[in-house]
Structures are given as C-alpha cells and as structure tokens.
Design a protein around this ligand. Structure first.
Ligand code: ASP
Length: 373
C-alpha cells in the first residue's frame, strides 16, 4: 500500500525534487527488501502448496489384529484358517474403502472393528469370552490422534458393538471412560438397543470356560493363576485397528471380551488409553492385544509413541523394543498393530501367532496368522 501511495505521489509531481529523490531511495530500499522477502519465502510457497496437495491425495493405510496367542498351524483346520482370513479381509477392506474415499481414520477404525465384533471368531462383541460366573463383560476404547480425544467403556454386558459406545463417550459425553451399568445408562440415552445376554453366547467360548473351570477343579478348587500355561493359552482374541487417513489423521481402537474366567469385574488393558489404545498425529496409532495386566503395567501403546517422540525411534524400532524386550521382561506376552504418520506399519508380537492384516494406499493387502509366514 505504502509503495502505491509513494509511486502515486511521485508521478503526480506533488513532491519537490529532493523529496522525490528521498522517496526514490526509499522505493529502492523497499523493492530490495521485498525482493529478499520474496526470495526467502519463495521456496516455502510451492512446498506449502505441495503439502496441501500431498494431504489431499495423501498416503493412507490401515492395520488390524484379531488377537495374539498360542496360534499354531497344527491346531488349525484349513476351513477355520480360511474363515479367519476371510473375516480379516472383509474387515480391513471395509476400513480401506472408507479411507480411500477420503473418510476419516476414526470412521475406518470403528467400521472395521464392528465387522470383527459381529463375528463369533474373535473375542469381542459376539465372540466374547466368558467370565468366571458365566457372563460376558466387554471393554473397548478409541482414540483420535488429531485431537488426543479418547473414549472408553468397560464391563458392559448388553451392547452389541462396544467400540461404537466408546466413540460416543468420546464425542457425546464430557468423559473419557464409563463403566458397567452407568455406561449402559448413557448408551440408552443415545437410543442404543440393549442386547439380551444370550446374544453373546457361543458354544466355543462357553466350552473354553468349562475347560478352565475343570482345570481349576482338578487343582483342588484352587484358583488357577493367569500364569498357568493352560490359562495363558486360552485367553487371547481381542480385536483392534489403527489407521491413517488421507488428511494425515491417525486413530486407533480396541475391543475385547477380556480373558476367559476373569472375575471380580477384572478390567484389562483394552479400554485403558495408553495401554490398549493410543493415537497421536505426530507419532503413531497403536492397538494392543495380549495379557492385559502386563500391557497396563508397561503402558504399551503410549510407550511406543513416546519412544518415537522422545527417542526418535522408528515405529518398528519402538514396537520391537516394547513387545520383544519390555513386556517379556515383566513376564507378559502379546502384540500390537500400529501405523505411523507416514503410513509405515508394525505388526509386532512375541507369541506363536497373531491374526493380522494390513492394506496400504496402493491397495496391497497382507494377511497373516502365524509367526513365520
Ligand atoms: N488384552 C486383553 C485383556 O487382557 C486380552 C486379549 O488381548 O486377548 O483383556
């Protein structure tokens, strides 16, 4: 503006010669200054545009798990293996399509988890394991990496898709975590259908509980610790998902029935933000599965993000540090799936297997179950 006024004044001849000369000098200095400024800023300008362009056609990706544990090829029939793989494919493809069409990572995570929650194959929603007294208590959590908002529910008994309620806790309440009857009361205010508990009955999970109870009995009624190999091998199956959307936003979610034979309203890591689920746009999104008590103590999901943030580790380095060193050092086992802000994926576990799948922006799909695949 100043430049225009000075030019105008100069040309209109209103100024005396000396003033004109002075103004010419100012003009010269001003142009040199503007020139420098332009040169300083010019490399930024195209890259800003490029950033925006990259965001709008940005990399995206998704990774899921269906639980880690003693999953051995020799214990698995071909048809069951095919069923697991088909369900993993169906779930991840649903999330992939949402991301591909520009949808949010939160949406992708929720819909992907819904498909696994509705399947009796996984220990979440429909296929939840049984508690000691023969009921099903469900836990779930979700986190938005863009805002660090989070929502969680624990010990709920009548909600078909716990991850949806966790999302509603995040988006429609002022709280982060709701438990039991209170959580279900909140669900009812939102119009959730209360499922009959029989919906969660599956023969396979019921038989697992009976086996564990028989095993307890054989040990003279003594409560068998979770460290008992028998229990250790029968407790996994949680589902989880981590995603990066085209807008650069990360999200993660986890849903579970917990551990077979759990009692006293035991709550594991799945609904604990930082242990079972964590997401932060600057680092990564993580969903855990495994022996919850240890994952809580090792603050697994947050620790992976923190190692990236404070130690400059890559996602893969951070994931193996926590899953291969820190958790086993405490005595725990399990795994995680995670994706970082650049779309790199980690599927790390220290058990014999982990149901897992990932899909990148190019649509490349990987589905695996066992360790050495
Ligand atoms: N982490 C879950 C829990 O401890 C169990 C699992 O991942 O299978 O409740």
């Amino acid at each position: 503006m100043t430049v225009i006024i000075v030019i105008f004044e100069y040309l209109s001849g209103k100024l005396k010669y000396r003033v004109k000369m002075k103004n010419l000098t100012y003009l010269f200095i001003l142009f040199v200054f503007l020139g420098c400024e332009y040169h300083e800023k010019s490399p930024e300008k195209p890259s800003n545009n490029l950033d925006n362009l990259q965001k709008s056609i940005g990399k995206f990706g998704i990774v899921i798990h269906g639980g880690a544990g003693t999953i051995l090829k020799e214990d698995m029939s071909d048809s069951l293996e095919a069923a697991y793989k088909a369900k993993l494919k169906e779930a991840i493809s649903a999330g992939y399509e949402i991301l591909k069409s520009g949808g949010s990572s939160l949406d992708a995570v929720t819909h992907t988890i819904n498909i696994m929650e509705d399947s009796p194959l996984f220990n979440a929603g429909k296929g939840a394991v049984f508690t000691h007294d023969g009921s099903n208590e469900l836990d779930a959590s979700i986190m938005d990496g863009a805002t660090l908002n989070a929502g969680a529910v624990a010990g709920i008994k009548h909600i078909k898709n716990p991850i949806n309620l966790a999302l509603d806790v995040m988006q429609k309440s002022e709280h982060v975590m709701l438990y039991g009857a209170g959580a279900e009361e909140f669900a009812q205010t939102l119009g959730y259908k209360m499922m009959d508990t029989s919906y969660f009955y599956t023969q396979k999970r019921y038989e697992s509980l009976q086996k564990v109870l028989r095993n307890e009995k054989e040990k003279n009624g003594k409560k068998v610790s979770f460290e008992d190999p028998f229990i250790k091998n029968s407790k996994f199956g949680t589902v989880g998902c981590a995603a990066l959307d085209k807008h650069g936003n990360l999200a993660a979610g986890t849903s579970t029935g917990g551990m077979t034979n759990k009692r006293w309203s035991r709550i594991g890591d799945a609904p604990i933000i930082g242990a079972g689920t964590y997401a932060k746009n600057a680092t990564c999104a993580v969903s855990s599965t495994g022996w919850g008590e240890y994952f809580i103590r090792a603050v697994v999901a947050y620790d992976i993000s923190a190692l990236m943030e404070y130690k400059g580790m890559t996602l893969q380095e951070a994931a193996s540090e926590v899953i291969q060193k820190k958790v086993p050092a405490l005595g725990g086992d399990g795994g995680i799936v995670a994706i970082d802000k650049d779309g790199n994926v980690a599927m790390e576990f220290n058990t014999a297997g982990m149901y897992r799948a990932t899909m990148n922006s190019e649509g490349e799909l990987v589905i695996k179950i066992y360790k050495d695949e």
